[in-house]
Design a protein around this ligand. Structure first.
Ligand code: CP3
Length: 344
């Protein structure tokens, strides 16, 4: 039914003529068309207005022509729905005026009715599906419980999320209670997204790499795996842990359909750690899109040589940066479409 189903084929380990390509944060600030809407509407208005969210989601499909769309939204709409106030401060990023710091604070956090609090996301999905008109699949997403806890407790972005880690290590009972509430909300939220029409979901563990391998098991993977188990019967689940190469082996034994890899882990090592067959997604250094276009194309071709054509989704190793020229982003996508084995 979907005209370009390369992405879904890669997630089901089917043979493909070339790997599919999309970019994390592809609906974003490197696109002038996005910046034009950013001038007029604040961040959460863009997230909450289905017409705007759908338009922003489809922009990269029309402009850089990736093989999948990812819904424009944010991982922080989930804590917002859980009675945690979240603002997006221009130039600063996420800002939470009342961060969670005690068991009493955790008790104020609710597991919401998804339709009541996040119905606007489902409306955005339905509208986006209409606008995509079956051209490419649509990806839905959520943050991992650990990554959401990072913001909920720290109160803003951070280089090391020291307050969030301190909270987990000094008040583990409160931390686990919060992580379970986020997990329960996320499972219900992603199930609704599937019902609304997304074709796959990705769980972003952007700050998993802040934890030691042992703490990662306790404070992140234990909860992410609950989400994977709960969603796997309904859709394809992609797990992306930034800086989490140490967990790839464990992840490869889960019900996830694909695992994201960042640029600090080689294709060879990622294949070795995951046993060779599970679909991997990644891992171009986002800053490498600043290289001259011929260099980008050459590097993309050798990246595909390294990961292999099958069981692979071409992506960046993290989100695209705002200072990337649009023609460089387009060259990244074109390089994948022009790929022929050993053509470089
Ligand atoms: O991938 C896509 O194109 C879909 C849109 C998307 C956004 N945020 C839009 C956004 C996705 C998938 C996210 C996920 C997200 N949000 C993550 C996980 C992915 C990652 O990059 O690690 C995280 C950690 C957040 C939290 C967040 N939202 C931060 C830290 C910031 C500010 C810093 C930044 O990168 O801009 C945001 C704001 C945000 N979310 C913007 C966009 C396009 C930029 C601000 C704006 O448009 O006003």
């Amino acid at each position: 039914m979907i005209q370009n189903d390369l992405f879904l084929k890669a997630l089901t380990n089917e043979k493909v003529s070339r790997p599919p390509v999309w970019m994390m944060r592809q609906a974003g600030r490197y696109l002038p068309e996005f910046m034009a809407l950013k001038e007029k509407y604040d961040f959460f208005t863009r997230c909450r207005t289905p017409e705007l969210a759908a338009e922003i989601t489809v922009q990269p499909i029309d402009i850089v022509q990736t093989d999948a769309a990812i819904l424009f939204s944010d991982i922080l709409v989930v804590p917002q729905a859980m009675n945690i106030e979240v603002e997006m401060k221009p130039g600063v990023g996420p800002w939470l005026p009342n961060p969670i710091r005690s068991m009493k604070d955790v008790d104020q956090v609710v597991v919401p009715d998804i339709h009541e609090e996040l119905g606007y996301v489902m409306e955005a999905i339905k509208l986006t599906k209409q606008m995509l008109d079956n051209r490419v699949p649509l990806i839905g997403f959520a943050g991992s419980p650990w990554t959401i806890l990072c913001y909920a407790v720290q109160g803003q972005g951070s280089k090391n999320f020291d307050i969030a880690k301190g909270f987990c290590f000094s008040q583990p009972e409160a931390a686990h209670k919060l992580l379970q509430k986020i997990t329960d909300t996320t499972i219900a939220y992603l199930k609704e997204k599937v019902k609304a029409g997304v074709n796959a979901v990705q769980v972003f563990d952007s700050w998993g790499g802040m934890l030691s391998p042992q703490d990662y098991q306790e404070f992140s993977w234990y909860y992410m795996n609950q989400i994977v188990e709960a969603l796997a019967p309904y859709t394809k689940v992609i797990v992306f842990g930034k800086g989490c190469w140490f967990a790839l082996n464990e992840m490869s034994k889960s019900k996830a359909s694909a695992l994201g890899v960042d640029w600090t882990c080689s294709a060879k090592n990622a294949r070795y750690l995951t046993g060779g067959n599970i679909t991997l997604q990644g891992n171009f250094d986002p800053s490498r899109l600043l290289s001259p276009i011929p260099t980008i194309k050459k590097m993309v071709h050798s990246m595909i040589d390294d990961f292999g054509v099958n069981n692979y989704v071409v992506n960046l190793g993290h989100g695209i940066l705002p200072n990337i020229p649009v023609d460089h982003a387009k060259a990244f996508v074109d390089a994948v479409k022009e790929y022929h084995p050993h053509n470089n």
